[in-house]
Unconditional design. Structure first.
Length: 414
């Protein structure tokens, strides 16, 4: 029995379902490990000692690579002084100053732990600032796991969702229709940094759609909220919608902010400063100093090294390699999303079985991919790492091709 299988069996006895949420056992591709032992740079080791080049990066937080030396030095220095104190440390003010400096639409910042904390606080602040109730949400978008936004309706009441109205991302007409339904009760429009729904082609926000969202909010006096929890600090250090020239009123960040240390941030403009000071949001661990020290080190290094450009270049290298390999083996890929946050789907693969089989073949050769979720590059991925990963994926495509029924194999070229 593998160590992973043994831990899964023990977990089944003492943890409901063996694990919860998106890393639950039954949500992992078959053959994927549930438990990990350690990680370094762009590599991760499962509990059975199998190493992989990591393209999930802890589902986004690890942006400088696991164990970045500068972040770890800042963490050690802060831990030696104190983490959970009776209130915030000076790092709180320093980090808020850094975010206000980095993010053009930010006049202030507040901190919590998870992305859900931050998106929920944005909605609460928008309602407090406008005195209204309705929130427009893109159909199929993920904004967290609280009752108002979780994709599962188990344990959720209709009242939890009573004031949400859906529209389609990148569809300005549907956004305007939803705003008309909300009428004078429109508090906010919440949109993710780009469209990154599970298992669906990813789409960057179009400038027209982003502009329409700004106009809808301005016309109604509502708040435009960008949920930058997933995309934040990988598209643009000033917030993802800087790339389309539209500035929101409020943004939620988390994931990449502190290279894996638990932290989330809400930033906003002066219009919502008073509302942000009136809502009651807090948590026992929200002022912990170590993650804030990690965030200062992470964001400073991303800025100084132009980390986003590096991640983008590495993502482009991966994308081009996968494209060539798939064509050579007679597969057609649909690659979407920004290169540094890629989604790789197979064409004509409605049940995603082909994608899943490919990911399993890649994992068996030391590359950790995902068949339906956004993947993530980090600044620790070097050209040599990408080439090593591509060497493995080439063999994975070959293995996949050899198991394909002969009727679906491409005709041999003369
Ligand atoms: C766009 C977006 N918003 C919110 C969240 C929720 O963040 P968390 O899981 O940290 O609560 C996520 C998490 O994946 C996300 O991708």
């Amino acid at each position: 029995m593998t160590i992973d299988a043994d831990l899964r069996a023990r977990a089944e006895r003492v943890i409901p379902g063996g694990m919860w949420g998106h890393t639950a056992i039954d949500r992992q591709p078959p053959g994927y490990p549930q438990f990990f032992e350690r990680a370094d740079g762009c590599r991760i080791w499962d509990v059975d000692g199998r190493a992989s080049i990591d393209f999930i990066c802890s589902w986004g937080p690890v942006v400088l690579g696991h164990h970045d030396p500068d972040v770890e030095a800042a963490v050690r220095a802060q831990a030696a002084r104190g983490d959970s104190l009776n209130g915030p440390s000076p790092r709180l003010v320093e980090l808020a100053e850094l975010l206000v400096d980095l993010v053009p639409h930010a006049d202030w910042a507040m901190f919590s732990k998870n992305g859900t904390d931050a998106t929920t606080a944005c909605v609460t602040i928008a309602r407090a600032g406008t005195g209204r109730r309705k929130v427009l949400v893109a159909h199929g978008a993920y904004h967290g796991a609280a009752p108002w936004c979780t994709p599962s309706l188990v344990g959720v009441t209709a009242e939890d969702r009573a004031h949400l109205i859906e529209f389609d991302y990148n569809d300005a007409a549907s956004l305007r229709t939803a705003a008309a339904v909300a009428g004078g009760d429109l508090a906010a429009v919440i949109v993710s940094g780009f469209k990154h729904d599970l298992g669906k082609n990813h789409e960057l926000a179009t400038p027209d759609f982003a502009q329409a969202a700004r106009e809808v909010c301005d016309a109604a006096g509502a708040a435009l909220i960008v949920d930058d929890v997933r995309a934040g600090f990988r598209l643009d250090l000033g917030g993802s919608w800087e790339t389309v020239g539209v500035r929101p009123d409020l943004s939620a960040f988390s994931k990449a902010i502190a290279n894996g240390y638990p932290l989330a941030a809400v930033v906003g403009g002066n219009r919502f400063r008073d509302a942000a000071s009136r809502v009651f949001v807090t948590g026992s661990f929200w002022t912990a100093a170590v993650p804030m020290a990690a965030a200062i080190a992470t964001l400073t290094k991303l800025r100084q090294t132009d980390g986003i450009a590096h991640m983008r270049a590495m993502g482009e290298r991966l994308r081009a390699g996968l494209e060539d390999q798939s064509r050579a083996r007679g597969f057609r890929l649909i690659q979407s999303g920004p290169p540094q946050m890629p989604l790789v789907l197979f064409a004509d693969d409605p049940g995603r079985a082909l994608g899943l089989a490919f990911c399993r073949e890649a994992l068996a050769r030391g590359v950790y991919l995902h068949h339906v979720h956004t993947m993530f590059l980090s600044t620790a991925h070097t050209p040599a790492d990408i080439d090593e990963a591509l060497d493995a994926t080439d063999r994975a495509f070959a293995a996949l091709a050899s198991t394909r029924p002969s009727s679906s194999k491409p005709a041999l070229r003369a």
